[in-house]
Design a protein around this ligand. Structure first.
Ligand SMILES: C[S@@+](CC[C@H](N)C(=O)[O-])C[C@H]1O[C@@H](n2cnc3c(N)ncnc32)[C@H](O)[C@@H]1O
Length: 239
């Protein structure tokens, strides 16, 4: 029977090693945060230097593992708050032997805001975030202007965020937030990503639901103009 975790267990989620011994491969798959303050050092998490991609709310991890299998030259962190889903990822990772995948049990917005260094990510995948369809629950949605600011900070220039949803209104709202951020430019979702369906996506497609896609790239900083000292863009007002 699936173990039921208490609130206390949840809060101790940073110390997963002891509890998750039951799932073979847990130690290798899960990244156990030393504390909730120090930003992650990717070279320590993955024991190597490579571009890092996040899958926020990665669910059972089918997309994460399939995509990571196609890109052994990149590192992938799956972020998920539900232990049962993390256990599935641990088992699949073990079966596939994918060392470039880690998973972490943490709240996505907190991780982005407090635990990532500026410019340390190559990509963020956010697929089917909970839509909180009731109007009075909308404030629980992950994508808010604060979240967009955290994504911008965490991504390196040229890095991208990829969005999918079956919920037309939430999707529209997400796009509005990203469109309003001048540091992002709307881009096409790469074909390679489109052809990989997530676990929830397979369910929604089977029910005939329409899937919405969007992608945004972090703009490169403006090139310095000749004759200006470093840090000057030419747009400064001089009094
Ligand atoms: C609708 S499911 C989508 C799962 C997966 N992305 C897919 O497309 O199959 C949303 C997932 O996000 C997780 N989740 C929701 N809010 C979260 C948060 N704030 N931090 C981390 N995980 C979250 C849920 O537990 C769930 O697994």
């Amino acid at each position: 029977m699936e173990k039921v975790y208490t609130v206390e267990d949840y809060q101790k989620g940073v110390q997963v090693d002891r509890r998750t011994e039951v799932v073979p491969g847990a130690r290798q798959a899960l990244w156990s945060l030393a504390n909730l303050i120090d930003p992650l050092d990717w070279a320590e998490v993955f024991a190597r230097e490579a571009p890092v991609e996040l899958d926020l709310g990665c669910g059972d991890g089918s997309f994460l593992l399939e995509y990571a299998g196609r890109h052994p030259e990149r590192n992938f962190l799956g972020v998920e708050r539900l232990m049962g889903r993390l256990n599935k990822i641990i088992r699949k990772r073990q079966r596939l032997g994918l060392e470039n995948v880690k998973a972490c049990r943490i709240e996505s917005a907190y991780l982005l805001k407090y635990l990532l260094r500026s410019g340390s990510l190559q990509a963020i995948h956010l697929y089917f975030p909970d839509p909180w369809p009731k109007r009075r629950h909308e404030r629980h949605r992950l994508v808010q202007s604060d979240f967009v600011g955290s994504c911008l900070k965490a991504l390196r220039p040229g890095g991208g965020i990829y969005l999918r949803s079956d919920h037309a209104l939430y999707f529209e709202q997400m796009c509005q937030f990203f469109d309003q951020e001048p540091g992002f430019a709307a881009v096409q979702t790469p074909e390679e990503l489109r052809e990989l369906q997530t676990d929830f996506e397979k369910q929604w497609r089977a029910q005939g639901l329409e899937i919405h896609y969007a992608a945004y790239a972090k703009k490169e900083p403006p090139a310095p103009q000749p004759g200006l000292s470093s840090g000057q863009t030419g747009n400064e007002t001089h009094i």
